[in-house]
Design a binder for this molecule. Structure first.
Ligand SMILES: CC(C)(COP(=O)(O)OP(=O)(O)OC[C@H]1O[C@@H](n2cnc3c(N)ncnc32)[C@H](O)[C@@H]1OP(=O)(O)O)[C@@H](O)C(=O)NCCC(=O)NCCS
Length: 159
């Protein structure tokens, strides 16, 4: 995908599970979700999974390339949680996560949520920079939250 070309977004379908599991393993390692967990997210109450795939390349080409990014939202009452957001390394810094976030923000607002929360490892510099750029503010820090002893930041954005 080239910079400036908007990613095509859609709601995930069961056929996406294997690609999402591969992205989970590549992006989240030991914390990756299993196929069962990913499949549950597709249909779970209050859950929305949005995927990004490169747009069609023209006549004779498939309608869309492989999924390069995804976001998982959970909404419960006035609070929404961004449970996952991930973009394949080769598709980063082209606005994919920004587009995915905008899509889940819309869903959260329409569901009546007033704020979006998420957790991120304090040492995940790329994600921390992305969330700062996207208008999230730190509201809490959980010391030694992760298995490797690193802190978790709880970030919030008003909707
Ligand atoms: C964090 C992540 C989702 C960002 O995805 P992305 O599609 O590259 O993000 P965008 O292209 O929409 O970035 C928008 C802006 O955020 C900031 N940003 C994004 N990634 C950044 C990075 N690695 N370093 C510094 N700033 C960054 C920049 O301001 C960027 O704008 P610019 O490219 O014009 O400078 C992606 O790096 C990723 O999947 N990381 C691994 C999984 C992960 O850690 N997920 C979050 C778990 S809580």
């Amino acid at each position: 995908m080239s910079a400036g070309e908007p990613p095509a977004l859609r709601i995930a379908r069961p056929a996406d599970v294997s690609r999402l599991v591969a992205l989970e393993a590549a992006l989240f390692g030991v914390d990756a979700w299993s196929a069962d967990l990913v499949a549950e997210e597709l249909t779970g109450p209050g859950r929305t999974v949005v995927v990004a795939a490169p747009p069609a390349g023209g006549p004779g080409t498939p309608s869309a390339g492989p999924v390069v990014g995804y976001a998982v939202l959970g909404v419960a009452g006035d609070v929404a949680d961004l449970l996952r957001i991930g973009v394949a390394p080769e598709a980063r810094r082209t606005g994919v996560a920004t587009a995915l976030l905008a899509a889940v923000l819309d869903v959260a607002r329409q569901a009546g949520a007033e704020r979006l929360l998420l957790e991120v490892a304090a040492g995940n510099a790329g994600a921390v920079a992305f969330y700062a750029h996207a208008g999230f503010a730190e509201i809490h820090r959980r010391p030694r939250y992760y298995r490797d002893g690193s802190d978790a930041l709880v970030l919030q954005r008003e909707l």
